[in-house]
Design a protein around this ligand. Structure first.
Ligand code: UT7
Length: 325
């Protein structure tokens, strides 16, 4: 069976209006703007207002990505939403989004891989498009992390924010001898032994509650640098490119020190690393498409550039995706 290539046809993102500053959090828990900036690089995060849900954020990002692609919802025959903070236990945000957009063809579903969710969702969609199971896919990372934070726990509540990012992907015939573009490769990993280092302490079949995010931050930090570096070198090797060939690195935005640690380890100039952590905090599955979209909007990432996306999150899950934008 001929494999098709997967073109990135459009990208869009959305951040809720309300900005929560470090100083505001310092009035709620025993922390300070200087601690948060020095240890994480975060200056502020966006928070979804009362009544605004993950699907609301996903819809806005999705409409922007469709507009950017010059396509209509009717063109979509696959929707994959990466989220850890769905509106409801079911139905999925994916099917709710399908109804809102009026995309009545094909299938829609959610992927749950926490902060690696967007990379996982991209891999699902890319594989389905490559096998001819769909022609035009919408891939969204959307989160309202603020809803699962313990706002009395200073070790976690300062880190996260809300937002959404989306990409429209299209299957394209790669002509004989033509240079492959779009998604060049994806690499997914997980290791379930590390659940206790990063998890939510509730759920429908355990406590019957939504629960709160819990993290042993300094231990996650060490795994993050090692596993992210490994996923980056693996995807580059598998795709036949060297790290130096890559124009832009779009990492999951958990901590500026992680971004810098990985860049140092792989000798990547920091100017090539897209960082939004200062303004967005950690938006989990939304962080990669949010950062990607910002760099497209401000003119850094251009058509034809080679871009590496990567993430690590609860599970642990981790992975990377390489694309010729
Ligand atoms: O997105 C999924 C993946 N997540 C990540 O990759 C996050 C990875 N981890 C991190 O980013 C960092 O570990 C944190 C930012 C969470 C923490 O930074 P750290 O430099 O690893 O600090 P630490 O956890 O080792 O804590 C150092 C100190 C502790 O006090 P003692 O025990 O030294 O007295 C903490 O209690 O900092 C204290 N602390 C705080 N102090 C002020 C922890 N949180 C805060 C806070 N404000 N918000």
């Amino acid at each position: 069976m001929t494999e098709l290539s997967t073109r990135i046809a459009g990208i869009g993102s959305y951040l809720p209006e309300r900005i929560l500053t470090n100083d505001e959090i310092s009035a709620m828990v025993d922390t300070s703007d200087s601690w948060i900036r020095e240890r994480t690089g975060i200056r502020q995060r966006h928070i979804a207002g009362e009544g605004i849900t993950t699907c609301d954020l996903a819809e806005r990002a999705a409409r922007r990505a469709l507009e950017d692609a010059g396509l209509e919802a009717d063109d979509l025959d696959l929707i994959v939403v990466a989220t850890t903070t769905p509106d409801f236990t079911f139905p999925s945000v994916g099917t709710m989004l399908q109804a809102r957009l009026g995309a009545m063809k094909g299938a829609a579903f959610d992927v749950q891989a926490v902060c690696t969710g967007f990379v996982y969702a991209l891999a699902m969609a890319d594989n389905m498009l490559a096998r001819g199971q769909a022609k035009t896919a919408l891939v969204v990372g959307a989160e309202t992390m603020s809803r699962i934070l313990d706002w009395t726990d200073r070790s976690t509540c300062v880190l996260f924010g809300d937002g959404a990012g989306a990409m429209v992907l299209q299957a394209a015939d790669t002509g004989e001898g033509a240079e492959r573009s779009g998604i060049l490769g994806t690499y997914l990993r997980s290791d379930g032994r590390f659940k206790d280092l990063l998890h939510v302490d509730g759920g429908p079949s355990s406590t019957g509650t939504v629960g709160h995010l819990r993290m042993v931050g300094n231990q996650v930090f060490r795994h993050a640098i090692t596993n992210i570096s490994e996923s980056m070198t693996t995807i580059a090797k598998r795709s036949g490119v060297s790290i130096e060939d890559i124009d832009w690195f779009v990492p999951h935005q958990a901590n500026q020190r992680i971004l810098e640690g990985v860049a140092r380890k792989l000798s990547i100039p920091t100017e090539k690393v897209i960082s939004t952590v200062a303004d967005h905090g950690n938006t989990s599955a939304a962080s990669v498409p949010l950062a990607f979209d910002r760099a497209v909007q401000d003119g850094r990432i251009k058509r034809g550039d080679l871009v590496l996306m990567e993430a690590l999150g609860g599970g642990f899950t981790w992975g990377a995706a390489l694309a010729r934008f």
